[in-house]
Ligand binder design. Structure first.
Ligand code: ACO
Length: 333
């Protein structure tokens, strides 16, 4: 049963003002601009300031107001908020409800958080598409927001150089107009056999915070970078190839590829495996580092705002993250 198609009606983004460059980071840990640039392509990242309310709901509010305005909605048009984030504002209530309150939505819209790490926004996109296609909701606010600076161990050079803070919000709307935007196909998946390759094992139900955990600085993210790298490249490339094949499409049918922005080397390797022309790959990891669930919606917003992405064009998306979750989608914008 497909009553409606999903249209990206508006987008918005927010990044904190505070810039942390590779050179500044190299004064905090034993690293260098050269190492970070060569291994990741990252030059700088943005860091939240709690005094400026740059925690997940605070950043998302700024991006959401822009997306709502671009979509031509009012806040009370929103029927559902899907909020992808790895670290919420609080354990309870969920961050979607926090955002509902901050936006001043009075209509009791549905509020749900999604934790699929860096794949969160893409998982949310596929869930929102199903809700819209079946007529459950007509207007959904899909949020990807991360305050990665909260899970970074600023003494661990192998992880702290990789992440940054930011928010991307997408206003999704039902349409049944001929020739209008729609989602062509999508895939979600997870390989839990590698789930501990990217983890924050302490601080929740299985292992509540203790003085010992804090003393040993074990409350932060841990990562086996090479396992994540190999899996990311393999799954993103294979999901894209599957989507293209089962929809009888070739790379010529895709105008733009927006992969999750974790690392330029991962993006380039996926591009090479797919033989996708690099000039049609959208990146912003150089400026913001890996903002996890926020990377795809912020990169998409920037490319729409500067006129690269135009109505009627076909866009391919792919992501991976802790879990190890992964996904891909092809849509007509
Ligand atoms: N600066 C300088 N040296 C460093 C740094 C650093 N910041 N970090 C590690 N090194 C050193 C290591 O200690 C090691 O030294 P050694 O050879 O003396 O032991 C050397 O550099 C090589 O380390 P590797 O880990 O082998 O480096 P690699 O080439 O694999 O690159 C990287 C590391 C960039 C992390 C890579 O593995 C990667 O990009 N992996 C994917 C990570 C990722 O994308 N994570 C996010 C997932 S998305 C999500 O859901 C959150």
């Amino acid at each position: 049963m497909q009553l409606y198609k999903t249209k990206i009606q508006g987008t918005g983004k927010y990044h904190p003002d505070k810039v942390l460059t590779n050179d500044e980071l190299s004064k905090m840990v034993d690293t260098s601009d050269e190492w970070i640039t060569q291994r990741t392509g990252i030059k700088e990242r943005r860091i939240s300031d709690l005094e400026k309310e740059e925690y997940p709901s605070g950043m998302a509010e700024r991006a959401a107001r822009q997306a709502i305005e671009n979509a031509g909605w009012t806040v009370d048009d929103v029927e559902c908020i899907l909020f992808a984030t790895t670290i919420p504002d609080m354990m309870l209530p969920n961050t979607a409800s926090q955002l509902q309150a901050r936006l001043g939505i009075t209509n009791q819209c549905a509020c749900l958080d999604i934790n699929a790490a860096c794949t969160g926004w893409l998982y949310g996109f596929q869930m929102a598409n199903s809700l819209i296609q079946t007529g459950v909701y007509k207007k959904i606010l899909l949020v990807g927001t991360e305050m990665a600076s909260g899970f970074n161990n600023w003494q661990d050079r192998s992880t702290c150089v990789l992440f940054g803070d930011g928010s991307g919000v997408t206003a999704l709307e039902a349409t049944d107009a001929d020739g209008d935007s729609f989602v062509i196909d999508s895939i979600m998946g997870s390989d839990s056999s590698k789930r501990m390759a990217l983890a924050m094992p302490n601080g929740a139900a299985m292992s509540p915070i203790t003085h010992e955990i804090l003393d040993n600085r074990e409350q932060y993210i841990t990562m086996d970078g090479q396992v994540v790298f190999k899996s990311a490249v393999k799954t993103m490339a294979s999901h894209c190839a599957t989507l293209l094949e089962r929809n009888n499409m070739t790379l010529d049918d895709i105008d733009w590829f927006i992969p999750h922005q974790a690392n330029l080397r991962i993006i380039e390797t996926v591009g090479k495996l797919l033989k996708f022309p690099s000039e049609r790959v959208i990146t912003n990891v150089q400026k913001y580092a890996n903002t996890s669930s926020a990377t795809i919606p912020t990169a998409m917003h920037e490319a729409i705002a500067d006129g690269r992405i135009k109505r009627g064009q076909t866009i391919m998306l792919a992501a991976f993250g802790a879990g190890l979750t992964s996904g891909a989608a092809i849509l007509q914008f």
